[in-house]
Design a protein around this ligand. Structure first.
Ligand code: ZN
Length: 132
């Protein structure tokens, strides 16, 4: 849920789902610019649904030259930071079988407390539930 300038709640559920990933998921980068010896597994820090990209901790590192910003307390010099990766370039690492997998959904018979359908993400490899 996001709020607009007027402070009203804007429904985001009607937007097409760009990714089944969530913040905190462990993902593996499968394609794209992967440097030799670079890490390919990291944790999702941010999801950019507009551009279909995810920011993954420790992955897709780029060097930026920074002049420094005393207000934000950022140092000058060359800084290494993560660049967002397109969602199609990463796969979720299943917490159960520890393999990179595509995500499926399972609808649970028991509904949520608010009466809504309880849909959970499942691993397409081991079919285990990913979320609690
Ligand atoms: Zn699995």
């Amino acid at each position: 849920m996001k709020s607009n300038k007027a402070g009203e709640t804007v429904k985001t559920t009607s937007l097409p789902r760009v990714t089944k990933l969530k913040k905190g998921d462990r993902v593996k980068q499968i394609t794209g610019k992967i440097k030799t010896n670079a890490a390919t597994i990291g944790t999702v820090k941010e999801i950019d649904t507009k551009n279909g990209r995810v920011l993954v901790e420790g992955l897709n590192l780029v060097k930026r030259h920074s002049k420094g910003n005393p207000v934000k307390n950022t140092p000058a010099g060359i800084i290494t930071k993560e660049a967002a990766i397109h969602v199609s370039n990463v796969l979720l690492v299943c917490p159960k079988c520890l393999k990179p997998t595509r995500i499926g959904y399972k609808i649970l018979e028991a509904r949520k407390e608010n009466g809504k359908i309880n849909k959970v993400r499942i691993c397409r490899r081991c079919h285990e539930q990913i979320d609690d």
